[in-house]
Design a protein around this ligand. Structure first.
Ligand SMILES: [Zn+2]
Length: 234
């Protein structure tokens, strides 16, 4: 059962090597960073624009409130000039209320303005980054295209071979192999002697007596710890 899988693994190693040269290539890294950035930047900009729009409307509301208060103050000052004994207490209280209302609105306006300034600076920074990332994208794109063109033929050849070998491997086992490939370094498949059924040959984890028995009985176990595929030699 494992011979075909070992054959698959040998071929797959070559594919992994090509993928790794992509990953470690500086142009490729730069290209990927630029692509990821440019994909999300317009969304981020829209979020900033939406927030700015909201702040502006809040600011308008506050200005209306401010003007209304100013009108009230004018009316209040007109009453103040009359300065009748009976209204002194009331006027004092009203005066305090108005001062507090003005202070509150001014504080809110300052807060909004500060956030607006922050948003504008974020937007500017983002625009500058976008420009730089566009340049990075243009520069690295050609280099990446050249690498891909070189590797593509070889990759296709290997992929075809892999598909061919996979035909003789049970789908369930193939799925386990692919799962192991995602997070692991090669080798993914281990073949062990009957004397080596107590520990995982890949990560060294001690198997439970049940796992050990399963490996002996089924000639195969997927390590719970490292997900690698352990076969009993036959
Ligand atoms: Zn393991």
């Amino acid at each position: 059962m494992y011979r075909k899988l070992l054959e698959y693994q040998e071929e797959d190693k070559k594919l992994k090597a090509i993928e790794d040269t992509y990953k470690t290539n500086e142009d490729y890294k730069k290209y990927n960073v630029a692509v990821r950035f440019l994909k999300t930047v317009s969304e981020t900009k829209t979020q900033i624009e939406d927030r700015a729009g909201y702040l502006l409307s809040e600011l308008d509301d506050l200005k209306v409130k401010y003007e209304r208060l100013a009108e009230e103050q004018t009316e209040f000052e007109a009453v103040d000039e009359a300065n009748e004994e009976a209204t002194v207490v009331f006027l004092k209280k009203k005066s305090q209320e108005l001062s507090k209302a003005f202070a509150d609105i001014e504080r809110d306006i300052d807060k909004l303005n500060a956030e607006m300034t922050e948003l504008v600076s974020q937007y500017k920074k983002l625009s500058a980054e976008t420009k730089a990332m566009k340049e990075q994208y243009e520069k690295s794109r050609e280099a990446v295209a050249a690498i891909q063109k070189n590797g593509e033929g070889e990759k296709n050849e290997i992929t075809n071979k892999l598909a061919d070998i996979a035909k003789s491997i049970p789908a369930e086992l193939m799925a386990k192999y692919n799962a192991a490939r995602k997070s692991n370094k090669f080798p993914l498949v281990y073949v062990v002697e009957p004397s080596e059924t107590k520990h995982c040959a890949a990560c060294g984890t001690e198997f439970s007596s049940l796992e050990s028995a399963t490996l002996k009985k089924d000639k195969f176990i997927e390590c719970e710890n490292c997900r690698k595929l352990i076969f009993l030699k036959n």
